[in-house]
Design a protein around this ligand. Structure first.
Ligand code: ATP
Ligand code: MG
Length: 325
């Protein structure tokens, strides 16, 4: 499926039929099953999807931390499939910046904020004076000018992520890859970090791909891709022509046309609450997919299908149902 945002422009990020399979012992885990998408330069895209969907695997490929098993992958004029040795190291150091959820992956604990930001520039061979100046500028840009000499443990979670963003931008990369950058933060810090990211995107012309579990965080992006079992789902573009749907006091929602067309044929629509949001699953009269739905909801239970789905609908949880047996 193509999720090209704007077919008329040459894409900046081009991901074509990308497969990533991991071999564990004598079996294979296919984390990405032929991913197809493009991004324009300067675009911000959010990826949402349940745990194990392949989100981090995709980010690792784009960051040059890993190589696809098959497919084509390029960022700007860099073909990531062929990149090796020094060229690959340069790509990682200069063209992409990473922000992870875990602070110990972003920052070295024994270095101050300033020296953390200076480190990638040192690796890139930039002189002391220049890297100190730029590190100070960056810390100011992320609102951390007053904390330059503090170590990560002396900062709050939100402040640590601000410093992590400054580190990611140290060598002036074109692309920012963020893997649940606000996953460990409370809501107000998360919003502040996202606002900062949106701000820096304008200021530095960044192309941003961000993984999140949170639809509110995803709404900062130009569009949202859903990843599920290693495959991309519908492109949930926040389009200018169609305002995002709102929920009325009665719990009614007017769905966008593209979504309605997916549900048109359905005789019933199952509603599931997922970590990444609420899923509407069309169910057609001629296909009984009750078992498949249950398999998804109760992956580890040996259930007998239908009966339980109906009990869930009567407002009882799976646990309560099990109790009754
Ligand atoms: N290095 C690895 N070796 C083997 N299997 C892996 C490896 N990395 C990821 N996987 C598997 O690939 C699948 C996708 O993992 P990935 O980490 O990309 O998911 P994710 O969407 O980032 O999940 P989460 O939301 O939990 O971070 C999972 O089944 C995972 O167990
Ligand atoms: Mg992950």
């Amino acid at each position: 499926m193509s999720n090209n945002h704007n077919g008329s422009e040459t894409p900046y990020i081009n991901c074509k039929n990308v497969v990533r399979a991991y071999t564990v012992g004598d079996h294979e885990i296919v984390a990405l099953r032929g991913i197809d998408f493009t991004m324009k330069r300067g675009e911000m895209v959010a990826i949402v999807g349940p745990s194990g969907a392949g989100k981090s695997s995709l980010l690792n490929l784009l960051g040059g931390l890993d190589t696809p098993t098959a497919g084509r992958l390029s960022v700007g004029d860099v073909n990531l499939i062929d990149l090796k040795g020094q060229k690959l190291a340069e790509y990682r150091l200069r063209q992409v910046g990473f922000v992870w959820q875990q602070v110990n992956r972003n920052l070295l604990p024994h270095r101050s904020a300033l020296r953390n930001v200076m480190l990638p520039m040192m690796l890139a061979g930039i002189g002391w004076r220049k890297r100190r100046r730029r590190a100070k500028e960056l810390l100011e840009a992320v609102g951390m000018a007053g904390h330059t000499h503090k170590r990560p443990s002396q900062l709050s979670g939100g402040q640590q992520q601000r410093v992590a963003i400054a580190v990611a931008l140290a060598n002036d990369p074109q692309v920012l890859l963020a893997d649940e950058p606000t996953g460990a933060l409370d809501r107000s810090s998360a919003v502040q970090v996202l606002e900062l990211i949106a701000n820096l995107r304008e200021r530095y012309g960044l192309t941003i791909l961000m993984v999140t579990h949170d639809m509110e965080m995803a709404s900062y992006a130009d569009r949202t891709l859903t990843l599920r079992d290693g495959a991309l789902g519908q492109d949930l573009t926040h389009s200018a022509q169609e305002a995002p749907p709102t929920l009325d006091g009665e719990g009614r929602i007017q769905l966008p046309l593209a979504v309605r067309s997916q549900l048109d044929e359905a005789t019933r629509i199952a509603v599931e609450i997922r970590p990444e949001g609420v899923l509407l699953r069309p169910e057609r009269a001629d296909v009984d997919n009750t078992d498949a739905v249950l398999q998804d909801i109760l992956p580890h239970k040996n259930h007998n299908g239908r009966g339980r789905l109906f009990r869930r609908r009567n407002g009882k949880s799976a646990k309560e149902v099990q109790h009754e047996r």
